[in-house]
Structures are given as C-alpha cells and as structure tokens.
Design a binder for this molecule. Structure first.
Ligand code: WAQ
Ligand code: MG
Length: 261
C-alpha cells in the first residue's frame, strides 16, 4: 500500500514572492491528474501570475498514520470583535498566554505573505520556525478513499461543501495531532474570505469573521507547548504522512456556549 502512495506538492512564486501552494497524498494512478490540476490552479491564481511553478512528487517512505478529522464546531457569531474575543478564549484555554495571542494576531496581520506557518512558544512567544521569512509548510497529508468520501458527505450535509474548508480541516487535523502543538490560529489571505478558525485537539472552531472584508493579510500560527521538541514537531509537520480516514462530529454553537477554562 505504501509502495503505491505519493506525496504531491506544488509551490508557485512570482519573483521571490509566494503566490500559492498545495499538497496532498495520492495513489500512483492519480498522481498525474492531481499534479496537473495543481498546476492549472497555480497558473490561474488570484494572488498573482507566477513565473515559477514547482511540483514535487515523491513516494512515501513510511506508512501514513490514519486519524479521524477534528470535530467541526461552527461558532454562530458575527463581527470581527466578537469572533476574535471567542477565538482568544479558546486559545487561552489551550494554554496560550494572552500576550502570545496578541503576537499570533500580529503575525497574521503582517504585510509579508509567507508560504508557511509561524511557530510560537505558547508561554513566552519565542518564534521557533527555522526560517521565519518562509514559515513551516505542512505537507504529506490527505485522506483515504473512505475518509475522503465520508468527509465530503459530512461537509455537504452540513452546508460546508468547499475545497477551502476541506483542505483547512485536513491541515488543522494534522497540526493538532503533531507532537508539541497546543493550538492553531488561521485566516485566509484572500481578501474576500473573512472566515477563519482556532483548532486544538478538542476541535476545529470556525468563525465567520476573523478579519474584515477587503483585508488581504492572513496566514497561520501554530502555538507550541513550552516543552515541545521543535525539531520533532517540524519533522512531523513536514515529513510524516497522515491520512484522514474518518470524520468527527459537526455542530453549530452560540458564542456564549463556547467553553472557556
Ligand atoms: N502549511 C503551513 N501553512 C500554510 C499551508 C501549509 N500547507 N498552506 C497555507 N498556509 C498558510 C500560508 O501562510 C497561507 O498564506 C495562509 O496559511 C492562508 O492560506 O472553515 O484558505 O489557503 O471556513 O488562504 C480557513 C477556513 C481557510 C475557515 C484558510 O487559507 C472555514 C485558507 P489559505
Ligand atoms: Mg498536538
């Protein structure tokens, strides 16, 4: 089985600037179609006209870990202030110090578009990613056939059928399962997409408005436990293959129902 599975990764640049990237795990017979679809999307990306699209295909050298997708909780809140207040509560509950939540938000609001995520120590905010101008790019993640079908059905049944949400849930699931991570904060750099999420081992908490419409700043921050082995965390995120093979629960909750403490 492993023999037949490949990591497929794409990154596109315009000059030195990152435009887009994508990654999945595909069976040998699907690699060609998956790779050409990634190239087509890269060439037609709203963020820029890449002069450079790199696709990397490599056979997995170990069997993927199989995991269940995080439970999805949509927080029924409106407005950036309310959404950020509840998001902050979740991050603090997961062990992120209040000042480090602010630092995480600053990372997402910085003007430079990174291709990966910032790694911050949850207690003191030390920045741990080896190349902060690039961030850490999570790779080698996908779904099994059964997991992908179950996920698509569940997303559809809950009014969440979207490649963007699907990809984000897969990524957040791998990050939450990584050794040393305690939480993730994300919103898109697409100016029209204001939703974002906080993910912890307990769930993928979606918020409709984590940033104002029209803002083209966004990104990802992974908060690390103070005792994390950073090298092991980065190795897991970049190199250890993970397949989602089952779905979790889906629910919508009022902001006041989101647990704190
Ligand atoms: N590894 C690390 N960081 C990444 C990766 C990756 N594989 N892919 C993207 N990023 C970082 C990078 O800095 C991007 O600029 C940033 O995240 C945003 O990426 O449930 O669409 O693809 O409705 O714009 C949240 C979905 C969507 C909320 C997030 O992110 C919901 C999204 P985008
Ligand atoms: Mg973890």
């Amino acid at each position: 089985m492993t023999d037949d599975l490949f990591s497929v990764r794409m990154r596109a640049n315009e000059g030195d600037a990152h435009v887009s990237g994508a990654e999945t795990i595909a069976r040998r017979g699907d690699v060609d179609a998956v790779a050409s679809e990634m190239v087509a999307r890269a060439l037609d990306h709203p963020r820029g006209r890449p002069n450079d699209v790199v696709v990397t295909v490599d056979r997995l050298d170990e069997a993927p870990r199989r995991v269940r997708a995080l439970p999805v909780v949509t927080v029924d809140a409106a407005g950036v202030a309310t959404c950020r207040r509840v998001a902050r509560r979740l991050l603090e509950r997961a062990g992120v110090a209040p000042s480090v939540v602010d630092e995480g938000i600053d990372c997402l609001e910085s003007e430079t578009a990174e291709r990966g995520a910032a790694l911050l120590d949850a207690r003191d905010g030390t920045r741990h990613d080896p190349a902060p101008e690039r961030g850490v790019r999570v790779s080698r993640l996908g779904c099994s056939d059964a997991g992908g079908a179950a996920l698509d059905d569940a997303l559809d049944a809950n009014g969440l059928a979207s490649t963007r949400i699907r990809d984000a849930l897969l990524l957040a699931t791998k990050v939450a399962r990584a050794p040393g991570t305690v939480a993730e904060l994300c919103w898109s750099d697409n100016p029209d997409y204001t939703a974002g999420y906080v993910a912890t081992e307990r769930g993928y908490y979606r918020f409709p408005d984590l940033k104002p419409a029209g803002d083209s700043r966004g990104g990802r921050v992974f908060f690390l436990s103070p005792d994390a082995d950073v090298e092991a965390t980065v190795d897991f995120l970049e190199r250890r293959p993970v397949l989602v093979d089952d779905v979790g629960t889906f629910e919508t909750v009022a902001p006041d129902a989101v647990p704190s403490g």
